[in-house]
Each structure stands twice: as C-alpha cells, then as structure tokens.
Design a protein around this ligand. Structure first.
Ligand SMILES: NC(=O)C1=CN([C@@H]2O[C@H](COP(=O)(O)OP(=O)(O)OC[C@H]3O[C@@H](n4cnc5c(N)ncnc54)[C@H](O)[C@@H]3O)[C@@H](O)[C@H]2O)C=CC1
Ligand code: BAL
Length: 496
C-alpha cells in the first residue's frame, strides 16, 4: 500500500480538514516500517475517521536516534534565549490554529469543541509561553565551601526524553511534557495515544513552522505494549514522562529499572475527594463539585469523584446537585453549548457502564443518570449515586467517567479519614466559610493538590502531581523544570 500522508477528513459539522497521518521523525512525516495502520474512530458516530501510520519498534529506534543526534549536535548547543524564542513562536502558532486543533480533538476524542478551544488549546499555548520564559533562566549556583575552592553547580538537560501521553487531554498532556523539556534543552520522542492521534499530528506541523531544528521533536503514534514499551525500555532514552493509568505506570517503572535506570515521572490515576462542610456556600459548592466530576466527561485524573457532605446539608446538596447534573448539555461536540460529548471509546464506555451496574448492585442510591444517552455514540448520562459506602466498588476504584459517589459525614475527622481512605492521592477539595477548617483539611489531605472553595483550577505556574499511587514528580510551574535537568557539581581547587 502506498503511503499518502495528507488525508482529508470530514468533521461532524460537514467542514473538511486536512490531517497528516505519518510518523513525525526529523521534521518529516514518514511511513511506518511495518506497513500497519491504526484506524481512529469518531466516538460521536462510532464511524472510522482515518488511518494513521502505526509505529513499530524499529520506528521508535529511528525517532530516538534522530533525537539523540540532534541533542548532541544542535539543540543543547543553541543559546537558551534562542530556544525560548522558538517555543514562544510555537505558542503563537497554536493560538492561530486553535480552532482547527480543537476541532480535531472534538472529532477524535469527543471533547466539546468550544471547551477544547477555550481550555485545552488555550491551556497548551499558555504552558509553552510560560516555559519559553524559563529557557534562559535555568542555571546553577556557586556554593561557598572553603577558601581554596570554587564550587558551583550547572543544570544540564538530561538528553533524550521519552513521553507517553493518554487520550483524555492530548494537546495539553503533550504540552505539560514538551514545554519544560524543551525549555531545559532536551530533545523528545513522544508516543501519542492510539485513540487520539490527530491533534498532535497537526501540532507536529506547527513545530516545523516555529523553527525547531529536525530531531528536537519526534512524534510516533502506536500501541502501548509495542511502541510505548520499546520507548520506555530504550537504552538511549534518559527520562520517561508518563500520564496514564496506575497499572501502566507500574510497567513503566519496571521498564526503567530493567533497562538503563532512566529517570521516571508518573502522573497516574485518582479517586479524589471533595468535602462539603456544614458552613459551606452551598450554591458555590454544588457548582464546583459538579464541574469537579463532570469536566471532560469525567475523564480526568483529578476528577472529584467522591463527595462527602455534612449530614446537616446532605439532602439539600444531593437535590441541588441532581438538578445541576440534569442541566448538563450532553450531545454532539460540535453543537453550540454542548458541555459533555461522548466517552472516548467503546472500551471506556463499556467499563463505565459496568461500574454503574456495580453501583446499582452494591446498593448505592441512583439519583439521576445511570444509563446511556441516545442510541448512537459512546454517550453516558451524568450519573449521581448517593448514600454510598466506603467499601463499594464505585467509591474505591477510578471510573474515569461521568459518575459520582456522594455520602454524608458527621464530624470533620470522619470526613478526613474517609477522604484519605484510598490508595490514590492526586487531589482533593474542601468547601467551608471557616478559614481554619479549610487550612486544617488542606493540611490533612494526603494529596498533591488541594482546592479550597473551588476545584479543577489550573495555572501554568503551579505544580501538579500525585502522592501515593497517583504517582510522583511535578508537572507545571518551576518545579517541573527539575524533572528535566541533571545537576552537575564542579569543584575547582585554587592554586595557593
Ligand atoms: N491519569 C490519567 O490522566 C489517565 C488515567 N487513565 C486510567 O486508565 C484507564 C485505562 O485507560 P488506558 O487508555 O488503557 O490507559 P493506559 O495507561 O494504558 O494508556 C495511557 C498511555 O499509555 C500507553 N501505554 C499502555 N501500555 C503501555 C506500556 N506497557 N508501556 C508504555 N506505554 C503504554 C498507551 O498507549 C497510552 O498512550 C482509564 O479508565 C483511567 O482509569 C487513562 C488515561 C489517562
Ligand atoms: N486534569 C489534567 C490531567 C489529567 O487528567 O491527566
């Protein structure tokens, strides 16, 4: 079969868009060596969109070799301000192509197009811009030790970074890895998700226009167990940045250990609690808790999927939450005002529906939802379970869909204990008008981020990452740069 890179696809609204379908290596879109392709599916229609090239292990080797050569010969030698300018240009190009990138995420992932444009794409360009500013501000320091010595540290890029991203925020999860890695002077091979390759392929085109030298950015579409596994085992990859499931995170740590002990950073699953106290502003609490679970159709690592409400306001909260959940507009991602599109795939749809059945069977009270929406596409009605118990499957396991488990508490100690009763520790939230309550809960929650009187609020400058089995390492903010540098100590003996 001859490889034709540029293909025309028709969006849900009839508009035609051209997409690249090759692997992106050394600034070129190329055919995969195996001749195999991956068919990406529109979750709204359940119809195929287009075939993209599938990367084999040999293709990963080519991408890593390109990154390695560029790192040694070009990128690490480029002046930091110049590197920063290229990243700034990329941010501008993303903004200029925001609508098309959002449309590709909407058709491929099922995200509401306007939400994708306003949050995912704007958040991505913001992330590149933030780290572009850091490119020429990464430096070591001198350390005074003794009269006869000069000691100082330098911050060096680690070399070739391997990034493995999931399907829930394709552009944004790529940005959280590319931006700090590039600013710190690394070259990258990124494996995009086999479920959502399209926006990243458009992004690849923009990186050439921005002026990245060949080999700095390489993008391979492929399956996790083949191409992802090969990348994470690769001896020439110095660091892996991963976002995805805890199960795959474990495999990646094992790969790093079995190969070259590469640095690893893992942003994994969650089962994050939101605590609503008796003195909370209930209107605000309902608003934020609804967004906390239903943003991105519940396909969110930090989804606030367990809500604990003080018994004195429990019935009102559950009732108001039900009303708000039923007002969510579920539908075609391209329709105006759609907030929730389909789940990303049949696999995720089936998994979520099985969790909903387990909630019903294990005795949780179904308040609303609990079934598919419509008869075509992977749509699920926003689903609210109340009167949940700690040992129920829907309270313990990550569902990664529009399903929330609500229960009540009597004392703050009980709420904190239940909130921390999980193997995960990505995020948490507390709603109260009392500053001491807020500070106490913030201190007690074993989680990487705690939102107070809000939820799911991100800034480029604030670090994000998990405790416990939600992973380790930070993305975003100055802390993220540390993940992509090696600190070298230089000690010079001064001739007396
Ligand atoms: N923390 C988060 O943001 C995410 C969490 N998840 C959780 O994981 C569940 C399953 O979703 P999946 O898409 O199967 O997640 P996954 O963790 O298997 O996939 C994420 C990425 O890892 C890659 N991958 C899979 N196996 C690999 C391996 N052995 N070596 C290297 N890379 C590998 C995949 O191809 C994809 O690019 C979801 O229901 C959800 O609970 C999924 C996606 C994102
Ligand atoms: N909420 C942003 C990160 C993630 O879901 O993977």
């Amino acid at each position: 079969m001859t490889f034709q890179d540029l293909q025309t696809i028709t969006l849900n609204n009839g508009k035609k868009v051209q997409v690249h379908t090759g692997l992106f290596i050394n600034n070129e879109f190329v055919a995969g060596s195996s001749g195999k392709a991956i068919t990406t599916v529109n979750p709204t229609t359940e119809e195929p969109i287009v075939d993209v090239q599938e990367a084999s292990e040999a293709d990963v080797d080519k991408a890593v070799a390109a990154a390695k050569e560029c790192f040694h010969k070009v990128w690490r030698k480029m002046a930091a301000p110049e590197r920063g300018q290229i990243i700034y240009k990329l941010a501008d190009l993303i903004d200029q192509h925001a609508e098309e990138l959002a449309e590709l995420e909407a058709i491929d992932n099922g995200k509401a197009k306007q939400v994708a444009q306003d949050e995912d794409i704007a958040g991505s360009s913001g992330c590149y811009r933030y780290f572009a500013g850091w490119a020429d501000k990464i430096h070591g320091k001198t350390i005074d030790t003794s009269y006869d010595k000069l000691c100082y540290t330098i911050h060096e890029p680690v070399g070739v970074v391997g990034a493995v991203i999931p399907w829930n925020y394709p552009m944004m999860m790529a940005a959280w890895k590319f931006a700090p890695a590039l600013a710190a002077g690394n070259c990258i091979v990124l494996k995009s998700s086999e479920l959502t390759p399209l926006s990243i392929l458009k992004f690849a085109e923009l990186t050439v226009e921005a002026g990245f030298p060949p080999g700095v950015i390489n993008i391979v579409t492929g399956y996790g167990h083949i191409c992802g596994n090969h990348l994470t085992n690769h001896p020439d990859v110095s660091k892996i940045a991963f976002t995805g499931s805890t199960a795959t995170g474990r495999k990646i740590m094992a790969s790093a250990s079995d190969s070259n002990l590469k640095k690893v950073q893992l942003e994994l699953g969650g089962k994050s609690p939101q605590i609503v106290c008796a003195d909370a502003d209930l209107v605000e609490a309902v608003k934020w808790c609804v967004a906390g679970i239903f943003n991105n159709h519940g396909q969110n690592c930090n989804a606030g999927s367990r809500i604990y409400v003080h018994e004195s306001v429990y019935d009102k909260f559950v009732n108001d939450f039900k009303v708000a959940a039923e007002q969510i507009k579920v539908g075609d991602p391209f329709e105006k005002d759609t907030f929730q599109g389909p789940q990303v795939s049949k696999g995720q749809f089936d998994k979520i529906m099985a969790y909903i059945e387990s909630g019903k069977k294990e005795g949780a009270r179904l308040v609303t939802g609990g079934e598919r929406h419509g008869d075509k596409g992977y749509f699920i009605k926003p689903t609210v379970f109340a009167d949940c118990k700690q040992d129920m499957t829907i309270v313990k396991e990550e569902i990664f869909g529009p399903v929330v488990a609500i229960s009540s508490f009597k004392t703050l100690e009980e709420a904190i204990e239940k909130a921390n009763d999980t193997t995960y520790g990505l995020a948490g939230g507390v709603f109260s008008r009392d500053v001491s309550t807020c500070l106490r809960v913030s201190a007690e929650l074993k989680a990487g981020t705690v939102w107070v009187n809000c939820y799911d609020v991100f800034d480029q400058s604030t670090p994000f990452g998990g405790y416990k089995q939600s992973g380790f390492g930070k993305e975003l903010g100055k802390y993220a740069l540390q993940e992509y540098i090696n600190v070298k100590t230089i000690k010079i003996l001064i001739d007396p």
